[in-house]
Structures are given as C-alpha cells and as structure tokens.
Write a protein that binds this ligand. Structure first.
Ligand SMILES: [Zn+2]
Length: 358
C-alpha cells in the first residue's frame, strides 16, 4: 500500500497520528535497527537533494527515512507496536532544510533567468548547500548581483506555493524544467520568479528564507559549484565573518600601538562606522593580547576591555567616564560596556579613560 505523504500538502506539519503497518528488524551501521512502514507520514525521506527528517515515532528515535517505491520506510532505533502511533518531526532540522531548499529554488531561478546559467544538480549538506551551474564562468560581480537579487526577493516576502497539474498544464504555466511523465505532477511556485517540478518541502513565503549568502565558487569538471547558506546558517556565517574580521583588525591595531614603558598597551579608538556588536567583538579580540587594554567608542557606545595581565578595573573606569560625561552602563573587571547620553562625547570618553590608565 502506498504511504500517504502528509508533507506534500502541509510542509509545516510537525506532529501526526498514523497506523504502524509493519515493523521488521534491520542492520544499519552494525547497530540493531528496525524498518517501519506507516499508512501515512509527515517524515520527509532522503530524496531530490534534500536529506531525510529525523525525530520520534512513539518511543523510538527516527534515524533515517527513505523511499522504497511507493512506500516511505522509517529506520528506528527500537521496535514499535503495530497499530496507532504518534510521530514527531525534529522541527529545527526540517525548517532549516526548508529554508535551504527554497533558497535553492530562488537562486537557481535567478542564475537561469538573468545569466542563462541553468542548475544541473543540487546538494543540501549539513553545513553548506551547493548548486552546480552550467555555462560561462560566473564572475565576482555577477555573483554579487545574484546574491543581491535573491535577497531583494526574500525581503519582498513573496508567496511560495505548491501547484499540481499535468506536464502539459505546467508547461503552459511556464514551468522551468519539462518532465516527461504521465498523470498529475507536483510543482513549486515562487510567485513571479519560479515554477519548477519538485517533491520536496519548502517555506511558505520567501521572507521565511531569512537571508541568503553566497560563500564560494569552485570548478567541478565542466560546471561551476556555488556554495550558499540560508536562514540561521547565514546568520551564523555572517557572525563568524565578523569575528574573523575583528581578530584581524585587532592584530593590526595592536601592532600599530607601541606599548608604554612597563609594557602596557592601550588601544583607544573612535570607530564611527562600527556597530555596537562589532565594537564588542573587536574589544574582545584586542583583550586576548598580553597587557593590552581596548578603549573603543562608536556612535556613543563605549566598550572597555583588558587582558587580565593589564591589571586595571574596566568597570570602574567606565563608571568614572559615564559619571563625568553622562551615560549608562557597567560590567566586570575585564570587560565593561555603556552608552553616552551624547554620542558627540565619544572622543572625550576614550581620551578620559586613557589618561586614567596607569
Ligand atoms: Zn523544491
């Protein structure tokens, strides 16, 4: 009996009821496992470039899900009784896959429509996702433009929906890839951007992709493999980049600042373009250097930080500064942050603090 695939019509279904029809022992990576078939399932099996879901089925952990003809097979870490059972999809993992996968549709559509670079394959990995493009080499400028175009559509939060139709019907609607198959086909539509046959799971609007970043391009045989990340993965990647940038800038600033007699190195700077977050990262990176103090300001934000061996009290120094110039904040002996009432006092604040360090 074919398994009813609940994720086809509701990709946001996280919990469901089903009947366990079969439960057979299996071997998997030398561990005892069980193969279970249900009458219906919300678990997505590994297919079409999107990895399978994991989660819980009754008391058992779902390790892997695969397609076996019309059936969906759930690989479990223990047997379950036949009959009624509840399933629960590992939602953060699935939602992440939906974000990467919908991002892939969007990116492939942009490369195809604007630059005549069709996608010949797609892979969604645990860390990075890739599409392989066929055609001329994508230049830096082209990649930057494609990334900007993708994010512009994400910010417009366009509807993403599933459409059913015969190959002929979808063709009339302008489907990107023609499929030679009888009967009803499933296709994914990003309004005004893409229509593509697909059996995977997707978010409900482009806004839910969050953010899309292109990472790098490599030549793989005759194709161009483009790495990208979406959603939470993009946020993490952006944060990691800021940290690397802060580490590099901290090294330069430390090298540029000669130590005082006695060895204390005081890096005091107003960085007009830095965000409060970046200021914190930079101060943290500077404070990793021996006998170094960072006194940083940007737009009224202040961050004072020191390496333990500098042996000052950053919290006290910040409080003295704020008491003199007006503002709020606090912290610990090695790290303190605050905000001036008047951002125009930034320069005065770091000068004041520098003079007090001994
Ligand atoms: Zn898809």
């Amino acid at each position: 009996m074919p398994t009813r695939r609940l994720y086809y019509d509701d990709a946001f279904l996280r919990e469901f009821s089903a009947e366990a029809l079969r439960c057979e022992p299996a071997r998997h990576d030398d561990a005892a496992t069980w193969r279970v078939v249900l009458d219906q399932t919300a678990f997505y099996p590994d297919s079409g470039g999107q990895p399978s879901d994991t989660g819980l089925l009754g008391e058992a952990r779902v390790l892997e899900v695969s397609d076996a003809g019309d059936e969906v097979v759930h690989l479990l870490d223990r047997p379950v009784p036949l009959g009624p059972i509840r399933g629960q999809v590992d939602w953060p993992r699935r939602f992440d896959h939906m974000q990467q996968h919908t991002g892939q549709h969007l990116l492939s559509a942009i490369f195809h429509e604007r630059y005549s670079l069709p996608t010949v394959s797609f892979h969604l990995g645990g860390e990075l996702s890739t599409i392989d493009l066929r055609g001329q080499e994508p230049t830096e400028a082209l990649l930057e433009e494609a990334e900007r175009a993708a994010n512009a559509i994400i910010f417009e939060s366009r509807p993403v929906r599933v459409r059913y139709g015969t190959a002929e019907e979808l063709d009339k609607l302008g489907v990107r890839k023609k499929v030679e198959r009888e009967g009803k086909l499933r296709a994914l539509e990003i309004e005004g951007v893409d229509l593509q046959p697909c059996g995977g799971t997707h978010v409900a609007s482009t806004g839910q992709i969050g953010l899309l970043l292109l990472r790098r391009v490599a030549k793989i045989r005759q194709d161009w493999r483009v790495e990208f990340v979406c959603g939470e993965r993009a946020r993490r990647a952006a944060r990691a980049l800021s940290e690397r940038l802060a580490e590099a800038e901290a090294r330069l600033l430390a090298e540029d600042t000669p130590p005082r007699p006695g060895g204390l190195r005081i890096v005091s700077r107003v960085l007009p373009d830095a965000s409060a977050d970046y200021l914190g990262l930079l101060a943290t990176a500077l404070a990793k250097h021996d006998k170094t103090i960072a006194l940083l300001a940007s737009g009224g934000y202040l961050v004072y930080a020191q390496h333990e061996s500098a042996a000052q009290d950053m919290n006290q120094l910040l409080r003295d500064t704020l008491q003199t110039l007006g503002g709020k904040g606090g912290g610990q002996r090695n790290f303190a942050r605050g905000r001036l009432h008047d951002p125009g006092h930034s320069e005065q604040a770091v000068t004041f603090a520098k003079e007090r360090c001994s």
